[in-house]
Design a protein around this ligand. Structure first.
Ligand code: SF4
Ligand code: MG
Length: 321
């Protein structure tokens, strides 16, 4: 197996200060938010790598860095052996960029309401001067819609159908990698599994690799081969799917499983997480999880745990064995 994406030591810091004038008046220091911190992982070709974490864990930022929407502050992303930051051959970078597409959470917001579906789907190819005749019709059938839908507008479709249109558009430039950011979380539960099954089928058919971003463990279990768990911008655990689900090693991963929504006898959702996610501008010292961790020892607030390999798992915790 070979890695199609290699992420090394990835860090992204955002300046979230107020405009400087307000800051002067209120005498506030510059505020820096470390959204992603020293994250490293490999994604194997034709696999699904899921990044899991609560909101604010940095998973979307990593996805945006990989597709080139956000620049890293430090670290490297290598796709198909090309280091996107240091490569000087613009044609090489363009070729790699064309191999990576992204699908977003809200299928409505990501479709231009004034364009016909035909033009929406063909746009990435048209933008590169490629042939678009019959392309949208063919792709619509591939995603379970009909060729006749090409002449319609986005508002004529349901949420699930719109996400199928987004998938068709992502496929139009024949990518090798699709970054999927919560692709089904805006959809009704009944529609979610249909879209996920379609994505699995397309992966088989086209030999795709997915970087799958989600907070939903049920969805991740359905899709992922490998799972990386993020907490406050850091990768805290990584393991093959079955390993992670059967033997989570990091206390935060264990907490995520405990917090997964469960229904009581009346079909109501049972109370989830304990403790707030801390402020990412002033993260806790040592292991950032220590204020919420049931296993914390004094060392945890002083010393940040390094990532260690234990069997098939990589984990950053002083207490993991
Ligand atoms: Fe908990 Fe300490 Fe492990 Fe962090 S390093 S997860 S605080 S036991
Ligand atoms: Mg997000």
């Amino acid at each position: 197996m070979s890695a199609i994406i290699k992420v090394e030591n990835l860090t992204r810091i955002f300046d979230v200060s107020k405009p400087w004038l307000n800051r002067m008046i209120e005498r506030q220091p510059k505020a820096l938010l470390t959204a992603v911190s020293e994250v490293s992982f490999d994604v194997e070709r034709n696999s699904v790598y899921a990044l899991v974490g609560e909101s604010g864990s940095g998973k979307s930022t990593i996805g945006k860095i990989i597709v080139g929407l956000v620049a890293p502050s430090e670290g490297t992303v290598e796709v198909e052996g090309v280091d996107l930051a240091s490569e000087s051959d613009a044609d090489k970078i363009d070729a790699v960029r064309a191999d990576i597409q992204m699908i977003f959470q809200d299928p409505y917001a990501s479709l231009n309401p004034r364009w016909r579906v035909r033009d929406i789907i063909a746009e990435p190819v048209a933008a590169r001067g490629g042939k678009t005749a019959g392309l949208a019709e063919r792709l619509l059938e591939q995603v379970g819609l009909s060729a006749a839908d090409a002449g319609k507008y986005p508002h004529e479709f349901s949420g699930g159908q719109r996400q199928r249109i987004c998938i068709a558009r992502a496929l139009s430039s024949e990518p090798k990698i699709i970054v999927c950011d919560e692709p089904t979380s805006a959809l009704d539960v009944s529609v979610q599994s249909q879209v996920l099954n379609l994505m699995s089928d397309l992966r088989e058919e086209f030999g795709l690799t997915y970087l799958f971003i989600s907070h939903d463990l049920t969805v991740v279990h359905h899709m992922a081969d490998m799972i990386g768990v993020l907490y406050l911008g850091r990768l805290v655990e990584e393991a093959p799917r079955d390993r992670l689900f059967s033997a989570p090693k990091h206390p935060y991963t264990q907490m995520l499983f405990d917090a997964a929504p469960r229904m009581d006898a009346f079909g109501r959702e049972v109370e989830p997480p304990k403790g707030e996610i801390p402020d990412a501008i002033n993260p806790p010292s040592g292991c950032a999880f220590h204020p919420r961790c049931p296993l914390a020892i004094p060392r945890c607030s002083q010393e940040r745990p390094e990532m260690r390999k234990i069997g098939q798992t990589r984990v950053a915790c002083h207490m993991a064995e």
